[in-house]
Design a protein around this ligand. Structure first.
Ligand code: PEP
Length: 253
């Protein structure tokens, strides 16, 4: 059975104290409000990883993840952080290929394939992001564009490896813009991606892979999006910075 996952992407936000406050609130609400079968992942900036992990403690169901990792193992790469360093601080997940990394840091499909490999080698679950720009959506080539991102970055993995990857479909035009894909648009893309995975790895393997939706998911639209058959959770930016909103999204399942 594939997992239901709600992951928060804090991006480059929150000081130490702010991160501690937000984490404590989320952990307390998660416990008090008995959110049981949804896996929650908090993805703060690197310096928060260890303190956030400590605050989560042994709370079952909440995990910590990074927002990026290096494609290299170790060495003279100033400013980079390897998957092994991330794992050694107790993180279990890592976001790879967020559209902001693709756009601002020119990360391409080939580099992202290497990062996914490094994450898996070090026992981290990659949350692999894909998604089309507005221009591509308007040209009507969004499905082939996003399938290509998967083929290029993930299809060299074995069937065993691909089942350890979480995919996040994030139309770029919906990220941080307040514009959300409709639940039907999300379902259409998630179903297309699952079919694409099935064409390479078979239906059974594809059925085990969680595909999250990301792009202005909020408490008021989460329920509808999460009700769709192939939408297995959400990757949340803005709303993950407010404990009440974030937990309300988690509870929308
Ligand atoms: C994101 O950064 O992955 C994201 C989906 O952001 P937002 O929820 O703010 O659109």
């Amino acid at each position: 059975m594939r997992k239901k996952i709600i992951a928060g992407n804090w991006k480059m936000n929150l000081t130490f104290d702010e991160g501690q406050k937000l984490t404590s609130e989320i952990v307390n609400m998660y416990k008090d409000e008995q959110v049981s079968d949804v896996t929650v992942v908090l993805n703060p900036p690197f310096p928060h990883l260890f303190p956030v992990k400590k605050l989560i403690g042994d709370t079952a169901g909440i995990f910590v993840g990074a927002q990026n990792c290096s494609d290299k193992d170790s060495g003279a790469y100033t400013g980079e952080t390897s998957a092994s360093i991330i794992a050694s601080f107790g993180a279990q997940y890592v976001i790879i290929g967020h559209s902001e990394r693709r756009e601002y840091f020119k990360e391409d499909n080939e580099l992202l394939a290497l990062k996914v490999k490094k994450a898996l080698e070090n026992g981290l679950t990659p949350i692999f992001c894909c998604g089309e720009s507005l221009e591509i959506r308007e040209a009507g080539t969004h499905e082939s564009n996003v399938k290509f991102q998967l083929t290029d970055s993930l299809f060299s993995l074995s069937a065993e490896e691909i089942q350890k990857v979480v995919i996040a479909y994030e139309p770029i035009w919906a990220i941080g813009t307040g514009k959300t894909a409709s639940a039907d648009q999300a379902q259409e893309m998630h179903q297309a991606l699952r079919r694409h995975l099935a064409s390479k790895y078979g239906k059974e393997v594809a059925a085990e892979i969680s595909i999250l939706y990301g792009g202005s998911m909020k408490p008021d639209n989460a329920k509808e999006l999460l009700s769709k058959e192939d939408v297995d959770g959400g990757l949340i930016g803005g709303a993950s910075l407010k404990s009440r909103d974030f937990i309300d999204i988690v509870k929308s399942y």
